[in-house]
Design a binder for this molecule. Sequence first.
Ligand code: FAD
Length: 335
Amino acid sequence: MHTDHIHDLAIIGGGPTGLYTAFYAGLREMSTVLIDSLDDLGGQLTALYPEKYIFDVAGFPKVRAKELVDRLVEQMNSTGHKPAIQLGKAVSTLTETVGEDGRGVFTLAVGEGSIRARSVILAAGIGAFRPKSLPIPGIDALEGKYVHYSVKDTNRFKDARVLIVGGGDSAVDWANHLAGVAASVHVIHRRDEFRAHEGSVTQMRAGPTKIMTPFELKAIEGDASGLKFASVFNNLTKEETPLGVDHVLVNIGFLSSLGPIAEWGLELKKGKVVVDTRMGTTRAGIFAAGDVVSYDGKLALIACGFGDAAVAVCHAKMHVDPKAKLFPGHSSEKK
Ligand code: FAD
């Protein structure tokens, strides 16, 4: 899509931070476009853990990740200033020009088209990301059907024999979650120690999950009709054990990179975008919020992303309209 329209704000990323950014920009009556390379809104919550409960978002004692995304979308669309949404399109390059009115304009290459905006908020999280896979012959052909990297629908694992590979939070949390749904859950991890939340590991050890350490996945046999078996390998004894399984869930982390955004001339620290206390990057008019940012004391939490977003939007508003107030007043004062 090429358009002559110049938006007040372009938001890159539709994770929780991007969604809240779009809502706050609506409160500030900005015309906004939000772009995400994934086909669905929600960022990591939708792609990596839609069925998991989150316990540390203010106002929700307990909320499933996909429900939080639904509520953020509802809130984003509630202001009377709905953003334009572009999904399934990655932002690659950014160029800056001065418009006929003497004001700066950013042009973003989005998929095959381009978008123009007077300010940009990067809410790109951990960047365009993909889960790590295992170098096992034939695994690619089984992906999406019997080999998974996230759980999109718990029902798929109902009464099935599930093998989970990994030792971090995702592996342990899914073991606990699926233990009440699946017929059986095996967890294999190449080390004896799990790198997950202590309470979750305790829960897993106390439950029905069969834990095998230090084990690795060696081979999977299967075809279009299902898995025949998975072969697991003991790192110490070098023994191989065949396990009868219906699904394999690989949770060994993910690879991510900022991709082309790293070439935009912004100061970076350990792959994150350095921001000041206004959430301003080292380029005027470009702000950032959420997991993508680096500042002293930053925590990669949803709650912190929301705070970053409100600050970034108010400063973007002042960049677009220097006469605007920084503090918009309280939303509760709205008629
Ligand atoms: P993201 O959610 O990463 O979203 C960024 C979006 O930007 C993505 O959709 C991506 O596709 C898009 N994007 C990136 N680059 C481009 C580009 N060039 N063009 C277009 N789009 C682009 N946090 C908590 O607070 N509580 C929890 O209980 C919790 N549990 C978690 C459990 C797991 C298993 C994981 C992995 C994380 C958990 N987190 C939790 C962390 C939380 O998910 C992140 O802090 C949060 O998702 C960050 O939101 P974000 O919007 O900044 O980034």
